[in-house]
Write a protein that binds this ligand. Structure first.
Ligand code: PEP
Ligand code: MG
Length: 589
């Protein structure tokens, strides 16, 4: 039967294909007679002990990286594994029936899952999943099947998962991943940002998608509306196949129509549009979409999915390559922003109750000068290969920014002593993404060369709404009057100090907000490459004079709903409603 679910569309496009359930394996289980029954029981014990070690490690790593509540699932799995009745029943049946353990484990899991299912209580669904998970782990050991790896899929698939970390997403098989559907996460989580960057349609915050999906089920996923359909009827399938074709053609037409246009308003004002990049493969996306530089290079992705820190040399090569590719256009290297929802397992950062408020970004770097200085050295050395500037995340006070600049000075002095060339006039900027930074933007502006507003975090911290929590995603609202005022006052402080102010949060890539941001006086917009043609189309249709008037008016509006209504009205006046629904991933909620 067809099942329709609604989540949060975070990366546009329609994906249609068989489901790959990440975290759940399907295994062909053999059945045969055994002669040496003691050896067969010993085989079971060995496999179970190996699984215990794996689960213990997963438990510790998850607790460390994602916190206790996320790790608890592995504790539940360990309890199932160590259940005395389970172990006893398998051993007794080997002796009484003389059958291989794989078959007996498979039967045990099926029997107990059916019993739980028959109780008809939805609270047992989790327990059934846990049983299946533990069963497949032991079977995988016994049958020596390889564990799942998202970097190499056997066939084109829609990945269905309870959750995907930014590291999982950064590691995806780019050829065979058709789309992503997850239970957890919000619109500006780094998993969502990465899916957009890689142009993979994605829906997050579905809550129960795994429970409704069997491996291989056909899944339709609409990354704009957030609609997910499992086991569609023929009519639904035909509708979405046609819709997918229509959208792809429309997007192609939009890109080719936009390719040679400049980022200029109708009354002749330039609004540079730059790209946010995370992974090397995005460079080509950015160039294809005519990015006028890189407004945000999230360098922490160089630290993920590996066993050790990247060396200074490796980092230098990555930064120099991006700088040279975009030369003479600007490349903004942001220093390491780990913590929050991005963790590098080799750094073994201890779990925290509030990771978004914790030992994250610049706070981590200032306490790990070994790591910070190596990165700064690599950035400074790369500065002679293009037009590089450096920016610091999560700055919350002047003293913090001064400490950061002190470290940069030390690194620069060291390079100079060793006659290593670098751009001595390199610009240093502060991200404005913490409310305290907005309040003292005039003071921070005296201490740096540019501002870049990180609205993803600024919204999270101002409205006190965790950006990765799907339960409160409806409260995550860029159109909140407080956010408009914060952007306005940051821009004013920047202008008074004669430094440029850009925006690199996801809000910059939502065409709905383009006129407002330009009207508020933002100098540059930096976004996922996929959004560039859409925002450029907006810039090409507005007038600076009108945008300023519009922004002034919106600054006096009292509620988010009214701000949104006015933005939509204005937007609709320029475009058809359909175009809006097709193109705006953030606002279509
Ligand atoms: C932001 O917070 O808006 C931002 C651009 O940084 P990140 O999304 O990487 O936290
Ligand atoms: Mg941020």
């Amino acid at each position: 039967m067809e099942i329709a679910l609604r989540g949060i569309g975070v990366s546009p496009g329609i994906a249609i294909g068989p489901a790959l359930l990440y975290g759940v394996q399907t295994i062909d289980v053999p059945k045969y007679r055994v002669n040496d029954k003691a050896a067969e029981v010993a085989r079971f014990e060995t496999a179970a002990n190996e699984v215990r070690k794996d689960l213990q490690l997963l438990y510790e790593q998850t607790a460390e990286e994602l916190g206790q509540s996320n790790a608890d699932i592995f504790r539940a799995h360990l309890m199932i594994l160590d259940d005395v009745d389970f172990r006893k029943e398998i051993a007794e049946r080997v002796h009484s029936e003389g059958l291989n353990v794989e078959h007996l484990i498979d039967e045990y899991i099926a029997k107990h899952s059916r019993a739980l299912q028959s109780l008809g209580d939805p609270r047992f669904q989790e327990k059934i999943k846990d049983l299946l998970d533990v069963g497949s782990r032991i079977l995988a050991k016994l049958l020596n099947t390889t564990s799942e790896n998202l970097s190499h899929l056997e066939r084109p698939s829609v990945i269905v998962a309870h959750d995907l970390s930014p590291s999982d997403t950064a590691n995806l098989d780019m050829v065979n991943t058709l789309g992503l559907a997850t239970d957890l996460s919000g619109p500006t989580s780094h998993t969502a940002i990465l899916a957009r960057a890689l142009e993979i349609p994605a829906v997050v915050g579905l809550r129960y998608v795994g429970e409704h999906t069997m491996p291989g089920d056909i899944v339709i996923l609409d990354g704009t509306t957030g609609q997910v359909i499992i086991r569609p009827t023929e009519a639904t399938l035909a509708h979405y196949i046609a819709e997918k074709k229509r959208l792809e053609e429309e997007r192609k037409a939009l890109i080719s129509a936009e390719t040679h246009r400049r980022n200029v308003t109708l009354d002749g004002y330039e609004v540079p549009i730059l790209a946010n990049i995370e992974l090397p493969q995005e460079i080509s996306h950015s160039l294809r979409n005519q990015a006028e530089g890189v407004g945000l290079f999230r360098t922490e992705y160089l630290y993920l999915n590996r066993d050790s820190l990247p060396t200074e040399e490796e980092q230098f090569e990555a930064y120099a390559q991006v700088a040279a590719t975009f030369k003479p256009r600007i490349v903004t290297l942001r220093t390491l922003d780990l913590g929050g929802d991005k963790f590098a397992s080799h750094l073994r950062m201890a779990p925290e109750i509030n990771p978004q408020l914790g030992w994250r970004a610049i706070r981590f770097c200032l306490e790990r000068p070994d790591i910070f200085k190596a990165q700064l050295r690599a950035m400074l050395r790369a500065s002679i290969h293009g037009n590089v500037q450096i920016m610091f995340p999560l700055i919350s006070g002047v003293d913090e920014l001064r400490r950061v600049k002190e470290v940069v000075k030390e690194v620069a002095a060291d390079l100079e002593r060793r006659s290593v060339p670098f751009n001595k006039k390199i610009k240093l900027g502060s991200m404005i993404e913490v409310p305290s930074a907005v309040m003292i933007a005039d003071l921070l502006a005296r201490e740096c060369d540019f501002f870049s507003i990180g609205t993803n975090d600024l919204i999270q911290y101002s409205i006190a709404v965790d950006r990765v929590n799907e339960k409160i995603a409806h409260m995550y609202e860029p159109a909140h009057p407080a956010i408009l005022r914060m952007i306005h006052s940051t821009v004013r402080a920047a202008k008074a100090a004669r430094i440029p102010c850009s925006i690199c949060g996801e809000m910059a890539g939502d065409p709905l907000f383009a006129e407002l941001l330009v009207g508020l006086g933002v100098d540059e917009l930096s976004m996922s490459s996929v959004a560039i043609p859409l925002v450029r189309a907006e810039i090409n249709e507005i007038r600076m004079t009108g945008a300023k008037r519009f922004a002034r008016r919106l600054l006096n509006v009292e509620t988010s709903a009214e701000v949104r209504a006015q933005l939509l009205k204005r937007f609709r006046a320029r475009r058809s409603v359909q175009a809006l629904l097709d193109t705006s991933p953030v606002q279509a909620r």
